[in-house]
Structure formats: C-alpha cells, structure tokens
Design a protein around this ligand. Structure first.
Ligand code: GDP
Length: 698
C-alpha cells in the first residue's frame, strides 16, 4: 500500500506554509541529464502531458519542484503554482507558457537561478511523486552565454543531488554511457550507486542487442537498476493531443510496447532487463516510498527539533503569552475606545466654548485693527491725517453718526462672518486632531490600515454632520444680526475679558519687536533704522520711491524690518492707550445702558460682549448636533470598520502590520503546525511498523 508518499507530500505542504527550513526537506526524485538527453520527454511521459518549456535557447533556467498528486476519485487534471496564486490551470499549454515565462525571466547574463519554481499537478492518472527537474547539463557553452555557465549548472545540480534525494540520471542510448554527464555527476555524490536510478532514453535509436547490453551494463552498476524507455510522443499522436489537450501516456506506452515486444529476445520477460515508462513509474513510486520510510525517523527528529526551537522562542520572547490576530485586534480596539471615552469626558461645552471664544477673539482683534487702529505703515511717505484715532475715542461726540456707523459696521461684520461654518469647522478640526492624537498614542499607531480606518471613520461622521450643524448654528445666532442688548453684568465681564485679550496682544507685539531686534542684529541698529523710518514718515527726510533699493544708508531689507518694528511699536502704544482707556470712564462704567456713550467709546468691550453671546449660543447647538452625535456614533463606526466588518484575512493582515505582533503570531502558528505535523508523522511511523510486521508474517 503506497500511502506514505502521499501523506509525506501533504506534510511537506504544511511545512512549506511555516517556511520550511532545510532540515525539514523531505526526499524528492531529482532529474538530471544532458541537454537533449530526453529528460523532458521522460517527465512528460510520467505526467501524461506536454507541459515543460521547449526551445533551443536554454529554456530550463530554474529548478522546477514538481509535485504530482494522485486524485483517484476526480476527473479533472490540473496544475497549480502555489506561489503565484493563479488558481487551478486545466490547460497544460497554459502551464507550459507560464513555465517558459518564469524561466525566461531569469536574465541572460545569469542564465540559471537556484530559486525554484513550485508546480503541483493533480490528476487521477499521475502517481504521488515529488520530482525536481533541473537545467540540462551542457557540453559546449554558446557564444552568447557566460563562460561559467557550465559550472553554474553543475553546481546547481550538485546542490539537489544530495541525500536523501533519489537521483534519476537520464542518458540517451545513442551516446556511450561512459560519456553520460548525468551518471558521472551521480557517481560523485553516490559512488556506490545506492540511490540512483539510471534511465536510458531513445532506445529506438540503437539496435536491440546494443540497447539490451546498455541496460545490462556492469561497468556502472546501480542498486536500483536501469530502465530503458522510448518516451517520445509518436508524431501523429503529438499533433492530435496538442489540439485535444488529452493524455499522451497511453500513446507513448503503446508505441513503446510495440517497439519492445518486437524484440522479445532482448527485452522480453526472460531477458531480465527493465523497460518501459510504466515500469519506470512503478519503480519511482516504489523507490520514493522506500526512501520516505527510511527518512521518517530523521525527518521526525528534525521536526521535533524545530518544534523545540519554536517552543523556546515562544517562551523566551513572548513569555508563553497566547495571542491571536482576533484577540489582538479586539484588545487594541477596546483600549482605543476606552481612551476615546476618557477624551469625551474631558471635551465638553466648556472646552468647546473656550476654543470658539479664542477664535472669535482673534476675529474681534482683526476687526478692531482694521476699523479702529488703522495706522498702516506700508510706505515711507507721510501717513494721511487720522481724525479717528482711538486716542480721541473717549471724548468722541456720543451723538456723532460717524462713530455709530463704525460700531454698527463692525458688529455686523462680526455677526455676519459665517459663525455657523466657522464654529463647526473649529470644533470638527479639534475633534479630528484629538482623534489623531489618540491614534498616535494607541497600539494602532504602528498599523497604517487601522490608522486610516479610524481617521476615515471620524471624518466620515464629521463631514456628514457638517452642513446641518453649521446651518443650525447660523440660524440660532440670527437674532444677533439685528439687535444686541447688553446687560450690566455682561459689560463688566466683557471689560475684564477683553482686557485679557489686549494684554496678550500687547505681549505678542512686544515679543515680535524683540524678535525683529534679534533678527537685524541688536537694539541699536534697530533703533537707528526705526528713527529713519519715523523721520521719513514725518517728511523730515526725503525718500525716493518706496525705498525698494535702500535709503539713508540702510539696505531695503533692513528698511523693511524697520517698518515692521515701527508698526509693532505703534500698535503696542495703541494697545497701552486702550488698556488705560478700559480702566477709565466711560469704559469702566457698570451701567452701560445708563451711559449711551459707553459702547461707542469702548468698541472693544461691546464687540467682546457680542462674541461671547455668539459663542454661548453656538456652543449649545454644537454640543447637541456635533459633539453628542459624534461621541455616540464614532465607537459604533469603529466597530463596523475594525470589528465585525473585517474578514479573517483582513484581521490577519492588520495584526501582521506590527512586526512584533507578526513575530508573535508566526511563532504560535509555527508551533501549532509543527505539532500537527509531528502527530501525523507519529501516526505514519506506527503504520509503517505495522506494515513491515505484516509483510514479515506473510
Ligand atoms: P531534454 O533536452 O533532455 O529535455 O530532451 P527532450 O525531451 O526535449 O528531447 C530531445 C529530443 O529528443 C527531442 O527532439 C525529442 O523528441 C527526442 N526524443 C526524446 N525521447 C526520445 C526517444 O525515446 N526516442 C527518440 N527517437 N527521440 C526522442
């Protein structure tokens, strides 16, 4: 019963998935022979199909690891390239084309590569066999081939013809066996001829007595013997089968049978020689089965050792901690959701209010600067007269329509700046930034796929909520576009609040001046150039144009810095002036309604009160429409994108993005598979012992 080879091939397939190490290589039959010795024809006769690359230009450049799988209950015959993932290929000319392409992909300069091509052929007509086809030995190097090619091929073959492999040495009958490169190579590694099968092809090309004498060779005795074959497809059958893609084995064996039985004296049962492809197949199966049985012990030992190494690595590197891709993902997701929960507890109305108020403070400052503090230093000519300098404000005529219009325009610029859109953008950006920070601090940081999924989940929800939130907010602040009442308390709080804003702005101006000072190389130098800028603006010195090519002995760059510093100095002066105004009447009133002049004299306070009102109203709706919705939906969206929604392969791919997790998962898988293989091997060993016992009894 030939089950061992089949089982061992199954075991090898498992071992290949854990990255089979050399120690675990199971025996194969390695096919060697000179070019044109008929090597391909023998292999194709065994498989029953033409599938090997053909052509004069050295078409076998890589080893082909050919696994034949007997599928007794199936009809279909097909090949598979496990490394390419092309699926089952039933058209053998397609297999042939693929093999040709794979071989020709090896550059001419290298000519041969030791990277094997794996091919599995399943069919009810093939035996269970594991064969390795190698590039044919060449006698003479072609003019377009590298000189070391001969040696390279020989080295590659030597690598494969080591024990425990069986050597199938192909020689053609019309070439003297003493000149057979295959037999010479086999002799080097198997001097006693214990694991070499000699195949003599093209028996039809020599006369029968000569053929028989070759097979009876005594000069190169082989324990496993010689088999003579005529494995060429008969020409008529060849074209027939090419078209039909049918099995050529019968045609070959009929042809062979016709030839050998025509010479009963030399090849008949009495002659004591082995002939025919069918005989060869049987021999191969038998020999491989025996070799597999003999290697059971050593392969078992090698697997046990690998298992010990994996167990040790698991213990030392991963503390025997169990892990699966699913559990890793689930834990990561849980801990991410937990940190998100913490974030939601610390990011509520007060935080949103602060964010928004800061944003509006900036807008208020911009408005004040452009509408009240306008003293542009854009060129060096004297500035226009400024009747409306803020210095005059406290004493401004309360009845003057000029100041009324100025304040109305400023207020409406604030209320109509698109608060809905602005507020929603600010908060959405803040949430997105917080999510990014949470990702960076989580295990997901090292997982590009998960990072993207989380970012997408967040922006998906935020985008979806954006327009309705922004419309809601805009709607709710609508009343402020028409009228704004200021209560006494609001005025007092506004005064304090805007004083803080101005102080901060003042500090920023002072810091900016210092930065310019540093930039130009000192206080003194800056003072000089600022003095010049001031004089120019007062018309005390004349500057041609705008000083683009320098003036007064200062470079244009320095003049630019000077103008900047003058601007900052003036702004700081103004801010100080306004800060002191805030402390004095009418700004420091606690009853703005009793003093109609107050809001015109102190636009800073009034605009701050407006921005506070806008903020409070916006926050109410942002909280309901955006925050609460986001806090509710986001974890659910995460579950969909990173939990239930992922296939097993995606979870696996995700987990392996992290090299350490990958190592951890792989060692566990390796351990499990090796354990499985070992159990299978133990079973086989018992079976083998029983079988041997049974045979002895018989
Ligand atoms: P490879 O280069 O060793 O793979 O050799 P092939 O199998 O391609 O065969 C080389 C040539 O020998 C081809 O033209 C085959 O048709 C021919 N050939 C192979 N086997 C036989 C055989 O048994 N008898 C005869 N007459 N020709 C054969």
């Amino acid at each position: 019963m030939m089950v061992l080879t089949k089982k061992m091939i199954e075991i090898r397939t498992i071992l290949q998935t854990v990255g089979q190490s050399n120690a675990l290589t199971l025996p194969s039959i390695v096919v060697i022979g000179s070019q044109s010795s008929g090597k391909s024809s023998v292999l194709e006769a065994i498989v029953g199909h033409e599938f090997l690359p053909k052509g004069s230009n050295m078409v076998t450049r890589r080893p082909i690891e050919l696994t034949l799988v007997n599928t007794p209950d199936a009809q279909a015959e097909y090949g598979e390239f496990p490394a390419l993932g092309l699926g089952k290929i039933t058209d053998f000319s397609h297999i042939q084309r693929t093999l040709t392409e794979l071989n020709l992909a090896v550059p001419d300069s290298e000519c041969v590569s030791d990277d094997p091509i794996q091919l599995t052929i399943s069919s009810p007509h093939v035996p269970d066999l594991s064969l390795i086809d190698l590039p044919g030995y060449i006698q003479v190097v072609g003019h377009d081939q590298p000189a070391e090619l001969k040696q390279k091929i020989s080295d590659l073959c030597d690598k494969y013809i080591q024990p425990p492999n069986v050597i199938l040495a192909i020689s053609a009958a019309d070439v003297d066996l003493a000149n057979s490169t295959a037999l010479r190579a086999s002799r080097r590694v198997d001097p006693r001829g214990e694991r070499t099968i000699g195949v003599v092809t093209k028996m039809d090309l020599v006369d029968a007595p000569r053929g028989a004498s070759i097979l009876n060779d005594r000069k190169y005795p082989l324990r496993l013997g010689y088999v003579g074959v005529v494995s060429r497809v008969p020409p008529q059958a060849s074209s027939l089968f090419k078209r039909g893609n049918g099995n050529i084995a019968t045609a070959i064996s009929k042809n062979e049978h016709a030839y050998f039985s025509a010479h009963p004296l030399e090849f008949g049962p009495e002659a004591g020689v082995n002939v025919g492809t069918t005989t060869l197949r049987k021999k191969l199966m038998h020999v491989l089965e025996q070799t597999m049985a003999a290697s059971l012990q050593s392969t078992g030992d090698a697997i046990r050792q690998e298992l010990e190494e994996a167990t040790y690595e698991f213990k030392v590197q991963y503390n025997d901690r169990p892990l699966s891709a699913e559990s890793y993902l689930a834990e990561s997701l849980d801990s991410f959701k937990h940190s998100f929960k913490e974030f939601t507890e610390n990011f509520g109305r007060p935080q949103v209010r602060e964010l928004l108020k800061e944003e509006l403070d900036q807008k208020v400052l911009d408005l004040l600067a452009s509408r009240y503090w306008n003293k542009p230093v854009t060129n060096l000519s004297p500035p226009p007269p400024e009747p409306d300098s803020l210095a005059d404000l406290p004493t401004a005529d309360p009845e003057s329509l000029y100041w009324h219009r100025k304040l109305d325009a400023s207020t409406s610029a604030l209320t109509k700046l698109g608060i809905g859109r602005l507020a929603t953008t600010v908060v959405a950006n803040a949430i997105q930034a917080h999510v990014d920070r949470l990702i960076a601090q989580s295990t997901f940081a090292s997982h590009p796929f998960a990072r993207q999924a989380i970012t997408d989940a967040a922006s998906g929800i935020l985008n979806e909520r954006f327009y309705s939130t922004s419309d809601q907010v805009e709607n709710c602040i609508k009343p402020y576009k028409f009228e704004i009442d200021v209560e006494d308390g609001e005025w007092t709080r506004g005064r304090e609040s805007v004083a803080g804003v101005l102080k901060k702005e003042l500090k920023d101006c002072e810091d900016a001046v210092k930065a310019v000072e540093k930039n130009v190389g000192g206080k003194r130098k800056l003072k000089d150039v600022m003095g010049f800028v001031d004089k120019a603006r007062n018309g005390e010195v004349e500057v041609v144009g705008d000083g683009a090519s320098g003036a007064g002995g200062f470079s244009s760059d320095l003049l630019q810095r000077g103008k900047e510093a003058v601007f900052l100095r003036d702004r700081a002066q103004l801010l100080r002036l306004r800060l002191s105004a805030l402390k004095s009447p009418p700004c420091n009133t606690s009853h703005p309604n009793a003093n109609p002049n107050a809001k015109y004299a102190c636009p800073e306070i009034f605009l701050d009160v407006v921005s506070t009102k806008l903020t409070s109203t916006a926050v109410l709706f942002l909280n309901v429409e955006l925050l609460s919705e986001f806090f509710y939906q986001f974890p659910r969206e995460l579950d969909v994108r990173l939990g239930r929604g992922l296939s097993k392969e995606e979870v696996e791919r995700f987990a392996k993005e992290d090299p350490r997790v990958r190592g951890h998962l792989e060692v566990i898988r390796r351990k499990e598979l090796l354990q499985l293989v070992l159990e299978k091997m133990e079973g086989l060993r018992e079976l083998n012992v029983e079988e041997r016992g049974r045979r002895k009894v018989e």
